[in-house]
Design a protein around this ligand. Structure first.
Ligand code: ADP
Length: 481
């Protein structure tokens, strides 16, 4: 999956969660507003009903007072209630319009109230026209009381309905807030998780993979062309990894072609060279007495030059063989390798009175014995060779474990090397001195480095002029062998 798509999905999920929180908050707020309006309407309705009840009581009280006393002053609450009732009824009609059951009850209430108010008015008129006894007889008939009881009962029911509705709305609002609370907490935590943990894991993964790319380019750049990246997956980093692997394949192919070319050329050069050597030898042996001094000297020089060339070609062949040979990497004990290398150099060590100190025990490495032995022999023979004329070489061989690797050091008390040349001397035919002062082909360290690279290791040097040199090779640890 492409990186942009991965990020897109992560961000998309986070945004969806935020949107869900926003929607839940909006729905909750709307419900809350509606609930508040409904509660307010219920309260206004209940207040109006209460006022209507009081109007009825006032009308009845005024009516009774007037009937008993005949004084107009007692009619004041009756008149006020009579004036207020129509407006009250209109308000109640509007407030109950949207609620079917309350609207039905209101219709009954309106009927009862209107009839009760008409009844009151008729009793008052009767008292005014016919006196107390007539009005008292009408009251005793009980129609007014039954109308009043009916109206009171309906008002009570309607108020109870509104109170129940207020309570229900409050419960609903509380539930809606709880839901909003849960959605916000869960949604926010999930969003944070995605943004923080997801972001952190993705960044860590990217960093690790970019480090792998950097390591691959470093390894390939340092000449380890066997190094390959893992390329499972389909994102951009994997595509870069595949491109690096393809580049490494191409380089490997070209290098192999070059190795093969070098091998073929050097191999084919040896036959004519042997001819030159042999014929020059024959000239000296068979015709030496017929030549003057200069002739013999020149023939001798041809033989020496041919021998030198043979030496160079031999080293070149060894070098190109390193790139071509099938090798099996397995645990090798460094101590055996060092001992064999030293015994192959015993003659030169003896001749130069060199002292070689090996700090035992030496650990095991993963490698290939002939390549390792050749590398150690090359380092030790350089350590013996590159000393001031007449000085006795002192060489120290030791090893150190560095993480999963083992580093073998060959230290000498020789002439040392300017840090400017530390990289150069590991290249083919690179030498810092004339053949007359220090013999050699300039191939020794190139063979060391190439050998180490084939074994998945490295080689290097730490040195300064006049302060000796510390050459090292590094290979993976070999455990017990
Ligand atoms: P050769 O030994 O045949 O000259 P090498 O490839 O082994 O070739 O070494 C390359 C050059 O590095 C040498 O010619 C020498 O100048 C320098 N060199 C190598 N080893 C040492 C050493 N131990 N002390 C000083 N110089 C060294």
């Amino acid at each position: 999956m492409r990186i942009a798509l991965k990020y897109g999905i992560g961000y998309g999920v986070a945004i969806l969660l935020l949107a869900a929180i926003a929607v839940a908050a909006y729905v909750s707020a709307t419900q809350y507003r509606e609930s508040m309006l409904a509660v307010r309407r219920s309260q206004v309705l209940a207040d109006e009903l209460q006022a209507m009840r009081e109007n009825l009581i006032d009308a009845e009280t005024g009516e009774r007072g007037y009937v008993i006393t005949g004084l107009s002053a007692f009619l004041e609450p009756h008149d006020r209630a009579t004036a207020e009732v129509p407006g009250r009824l209109a308000a109640l009609e509007t407030l109950t319009r949207d609620d079917l059951s309350q609207a039905e009850r209101f219709a009954k209430l309106r009927d009862l109230v209107e009839r009760r108010m008409q009844y009151t008015a008729s009793v008052v008129a009767d008292r005014r026209a016919n006196g107390f006894d007539s009005a008292a007889t009408t009251i005793e008939a009980g129609q007014g009381k039954s109308l009043m009881d009916g109206a009171r009962q309906i008002v009570g029911q309607m108020i109870a309905m509104e109170k129940a509705s207020i309570q229900r709305r409050q419960v609903e609002t509380a539930e809606s807030f709880r839901f909003l609370e849960q959605v916000s907490v869960v949604g926010t935590l999930a969003t944070l998780n995605i943004m923080l943990i997801g972001g952190f894991l993705t960044m860590r993964n990217m960093n690790r993979r970019i480090d792998q790319l950097v390591e691959a380019t470093r390894m390939l750049g340092s000449g380890n062309l066997n190094y390959r990246l893992e390329t499972a997956g389909h994102d951009e980093v994997t595509t870069v990894g595949r491109a690096i692997n393809t580049m490494a394949d191409d380089l490997q192919e070209h290098k192999e072609a070059l190795d093969s070319f070098v091998y073929t050329v050097s191999h084919d050069l040896r036959a004519p060279l042997r001819g030159m050597q042999g014929f020059s030898q024959a000239i000296l042996e068979d015709y030496g007495d017929k030549l003057d001094e200069t002739g013999r000297d020149l023939a001798g020089r041809v033989i020496a030059a041919a021998a030198r060339m043979d030496e160079l070609i031999q080293d070149l062949l060894d070098y190109s063989r390193l790139g071509r040979a099938q090798i099996e990497i397995r645990p090798i004990r460094l101590e055996q390798v060092v001992d064999s290398a030293l015994s192959s150099l015993s003659k030169v060590i003896g001749n130069t009175h060199a002292t070689v100190r090996v700090e035992r025990p030496l650990p095991a490495v993963l490698g290939h014995r002939p390549i390792l032995q050749k590398a150690v022999a090359n380092l030790v023979s350089n350590a013996v060779k590159f000393v001031k004329p007449g000085a006795a070489p002192e060489i120290r061989v030791r090893a150190e474990t560095k993480g999963p690797f083992v580093r073998l050091y060959v230290e000498d008390n020789g002439i040392g090397i300017d840090p400017l040349h530390h990289q150069r001397i590991f290249k083919v035919f690179e030498r810092l001195h004339g053949i007359e002062s220090y013999p050699g082909t300039g191939m020794g360290l190139a063979i060391v480095r190439k050998g180490m690279e084939r074994l998945g290791g490295r080689a290097g040097v730490d040195s300064e002029p006049g302060r000796g040199s510390l050459f090292w090779i590094e290979l993976p640890q070999g455990g017990q062998s």
